[in-house]
Design a protein around this ligand. Structure first.
Ligand SMILES: Nc1ncnc2c1ncn2[C@@H]1O[C@H](COP(=O)(O)OP(=O)(O)OP(=O)(O)O)[C@@H](O)[C@H]1O
Length: 253
């Protein structure tokens, strides 16, 4: 099977404090992959590295068949888009200026672009903010705008870090529709989320990241077996130990 992403022995420390330790991970091309893990597990750090925002100490990364290094960074990035947490927007641009600027950076042809922008903004109910500066948008609208910009760049690999956080339930449903459509077109989607019901229902393979390592990789066969008896939240709890904590600790409450 083809792999959109191959990570080997990836190690990252912040000021000597290890966050990712010899992490190995492979993501099959054209699938929706879910990365879940407790707070502080290293999910955003991993996405930061994979999108070129953060450096790393050791290991190797292959994206869409290209080995990641400074000489081919630009070639890799033209096929990769992301929605980060918090989303990165140009604060003094209007929503329309922002998405058109992002499309220019990705050399997306201008012909027909406005129609696509209008339909996406309409679908996500942000048309009224078309000519409003991004710094004035609510957190949910910022997320939706960053998502629209990422979609418009027609990526082969799309990283979504907590894409559903702050987003209303109707818009989450629409984001899920778009993500499924992208998969049908062959895009690989890499999602992190704490909303496990959405991950369970949307993703193909799922990995659990804990303390900087992949604790479990649940492919479709493994999921099928485990999900006979438990939902994803229960499976997550079984893998990620509670460290003996229970409600009894809060008996004073
Ligand atoms: N810039 C930074 N400097 C130092 N430590 C950092 C920095 N960014 C993150 N960390 C630490 O790295 C660890 C992993 O953080 P990260 O944000 O990647 O986790 P996460 O899995 O995305 O967490 P969450 O689910 O809470 O968003 C945490 O211990 C965090 O405190």
């Amino acid at each position: 099977m083809e792999r959109a992403l191959i990570i080997e022995k990836l190690t990252k420390a912040y000021d000597k404090e290890p966050v990712l330790t010899e992490l190995d991970l492979e993501v099959p091309t054209g699938t929706i992959f879910g990365l879940i893990g407790p707070n502080g597990a290293g999910k955003s750090t991993l996405i930061g590295i994979l999108t070129g925002l953060l450096d790393y100490n050791q290991g190797s990364i292959v994206i869409n068949g290209l080995s990641y290094n400074s000489s081919n960074e630009i070639e890799i990035k033209k096929d990769v888009a992301s929605v980060l947490q918090p989303p990165l927007l140009f604060e003094n641009f209007t929503s329309h200026e922002f998405v058109t600027y992002v499309c220019e950076m990705y050399s997306i042809p201008a012909h027909g672009l406005n129609k696509k922008i209008e339909s996406l903004f309409d679908y996500f109910e942000i048309t009224e903010f078309m000519h409003v500066k991004t710094k004035q948008l609510s957190s949910g609208s910022r997320k939706k705008l960053a998502f629209c910009a990422a979609i418009l760049t027609e990526p082969k690999l799309l990283f979504l870090d907590e894409p559903f956080e702050s987003v209303d339930v109707i818009s989450i449903g629409r984001m899920k529709n778009v993500i499924r459509r992208l998969k049908q077109k062959g895009t690989t989607i890499f999602i992190t989320s704490h909303i496990l019901e959405v991950v369970e229902n949307l993703c193909d393979d799922i990995a659990i990241l804990h303390k900087g390592k992949i604790l479990a990789y649940l492919d479709s066969a493994t999921r099928k077996e485990l999900e006979k008896n438990s939902n994803l939240s229960e499976i997550f709890e079984q893998y990620v130990e509670s460290g003996g904590r229970s409600d009894d600790m809060l008996s004073w409450l």
